[in-house]
Design a protein around this ligand. Structure first.
Ligand code: NAD
Length: 482
């Protein structure tokens, strides 16, 4: 039997269990077995975290930018030193393959924290306006105070880092609320940073959204909230924070179109609409996953053929093996949701191009049969109003639609409540430029996909706001007459 380890919250520089003693089981999604326990925090822990973050704020916010940068570079060093261990934990925690966590996510975190350190200076840059010989207008950037980062399960370490690093760089103190489905990597980061940052500068409090997230959201001692999560949660948080009128940043879901024109480099595009965008190492559990593939009719059959070939080469299995190219779905609830869409697609009359199997059927290893497996699945239709074309599935399930003209591609792509990202595959600069302008999304990738850029900001139901140093400051105005 493998040992089940207990993890703690980080509050005010101390590692503590939940005040009420509650715990939640953490399930390894590749085996369906409990492998760790995390605190099930409540309002009492929320209160303690806010008190600790408020107590730390005056000193942290008054540090010179260079001193804050020094701390953040030390954090970057911790990520570099513990990269392999954190990659392994992240893989165990949410099923994203080791290839991805070790080669892409963790090296990216060292870069992100160093980058936040380099940007500390921009957080203290103000403007000045000369109103004449005796009058000078100035602005100064100020941190909000205590910021709350609420994070999802699909990329915990990266989302924690984006919400903590930039907020800290700007002089805020931070509380992070990880997602209940994948909490361990965030709590291990908290342990590693316990003695690296001043007590209370960064606090991590685990538990359920309704039990500890909600009291944090409502708390008057929290001055800004950044949520990465679902549209439903964003609506709940918006209502819950209304009384205290907090600024929000909402990074939400998507149904991203990935559009292939007939003149595209089809070798690149075939990878770009499959393993790069939706049939990914974390099984398409990506907010900006390219779940709607639009293909211009002259290359439609050829692209389907190529997509099928690439999907057949994807290897599901133990996410900690370097040979595995796709991991499991994060939890039973999410697995049931994803597989329900396989039924919905069939009932709606969409054609199954490939995939469609799930569960024990798609993994050979007998130790993994209780895991949450779904194979890469592609539906085809000409009707963009189907639920599989409109609703975020958040798994390795895509739908392909043909189009004839550029105008039709734009209409289809924009016919969505979401507007997070889009991909465009073409060799024509004019087409690329017009698509960039006409697509109603926060990001457009041309001849690439899923290269993270900041700001990563949505439009429509994909939310608004983003995580960057300036986004964690407000600008105060002063007018000096003498
Ligand atoms: P979710 O909305 O269920 O949960 C996100 C977080 O909100 C969790 O920490 C959860 O505990 C917390 N929460 C839930 N109810 C709460 C409440 N009442 N008060 C305070 N906190 C509460 O999302 P999820 O299922 O963890 O993640 C998947 C979603 O996240 C998808 O929709 C995906 O598209 C989105 N996402 C978006 C981005 C982006 O950058 N735009 C990135 C990753 C994921």
């Amino acid at each position: 039997m493998t040992e089940v380890r207990d993890y703690s919250n980080l509050i005010g520089g101390e590692l503590r269990p939940a005040a009420g003693g509650g715990t939640l089981d953490s399930i390894d999604p590749s085996t369906g077995r409990v492998w760790a326990r995390v605190p099930r925090s409540t309002a009492e822990d929320a209160e303690a975290a806010v008190a600790a973050a408020r107590a730390a704020f005056p000193k942290w916010s008054n540090l010179p930018a260079a001193a804050r940068a020094h701390y953040l570079r030390k954090v970057a060093g911790v990520f570099a030193k513990h990269a392999q261990e954190l990659a392994e934990l992240e893989t165990r925690d949410n099923g994203r393959t080791i290839n991805e966590t070790a080669k892409r996510d963790l090296p990216g975190m060292t870069y992100l924290w160093n980058n936040a350190a380099a940007e500390c200076a921009s957080a203290v840059e103000g403007r000045s306006v000369d109103f004449g010989a005796t009058s000078l207008g100035v602005t100064r950037r100020e941190p909000y105070g205590v910021t709350l980062g609420i994070i999802p399960w699909n990329s915990p370490i990266s989302t924690l880092s984006a919400k903590a690093a930039f907020a800290l760089a700007a002089g805020n103190t931070v509380i992070i609320k990880p997602a209940e489905q994948a909490t361990v990597s965030s709590l291990r980061v908290a342990e590693l940073l316990k003695d690296v940052l001043p007590p209370g500068a960064l606090n991590v409090v685990s538990g359920l959204g309704e039990e500890v997230g909600d009291p944090l959201v409502r708390h008057r001692g929290v001055n800004k909230i950044s949520l990465t999560g679902s549209v439903d949660t964003a609506r709940i948080i918006t209502r819950a924070s209304a009384d205290s009128l907090k600024p929000l940043a909402l990074e939400l879901g998507g149904k991203s179109p990935n559009i292939v024109f007939a003149d595209a480099d089809l070798d690149k595009a075939a990878v770009g609409v499959t393993t790069q965008a939706i049939f990914t190492a974390n099984a398409g559990q990506i907010c900006y996953g390219g779940s709607r593939v639009l293909i211009q009719r002259p290359v439609y059959d050829e692209m389907l053929h190529r997509m099928k070939e690439i999907a057949a080469g994807i290897k599901l299995g133990d996410p900690s093996s370097p040979e595995t190219t796709m991991g499991p779905i994060v939890s039973r609830a999410q697995y049931e949701r994803v597989t329900s869409y396989l039924e919905i697609g069939a009932k709606e009359g969409a054609e199954l191009v490939f995939g469609g199997r799930f569960g024990a059927e798609v993994v050979a290893d007998p130790t993994l049969t209780e895991g949450y497996w779904v194979e890469p699945t592609l539906f085809a239709t000409t009707d963009n109003s189907l639920r599989i074309c409109q609703e975020e599935i958040f798994g390795p399930v895509a739908v392909v639609l043909p189009f004839d003209t550029e105008e039709e591609a734009v209409t289809l792509a924009n016919d969505s409540v979401y507007g997070l990202a889009a991909g465009v595959w073409t060799r024509d600069l004019g087409t690329a430029q017009r698509m960039f302008r006409n697509l109603e999304t926060g990001t457009v990738w041309v001849n690439t996909f899923r290269k993270v850029m900041f700001p990563l900001e949505g439009v429509k139901d994909s939310g608004y706001g983003h995580d960057s140093v300036l986004a964690y400051t407000r600008e105060k105005a002063g007018l000096f007459e003498f």
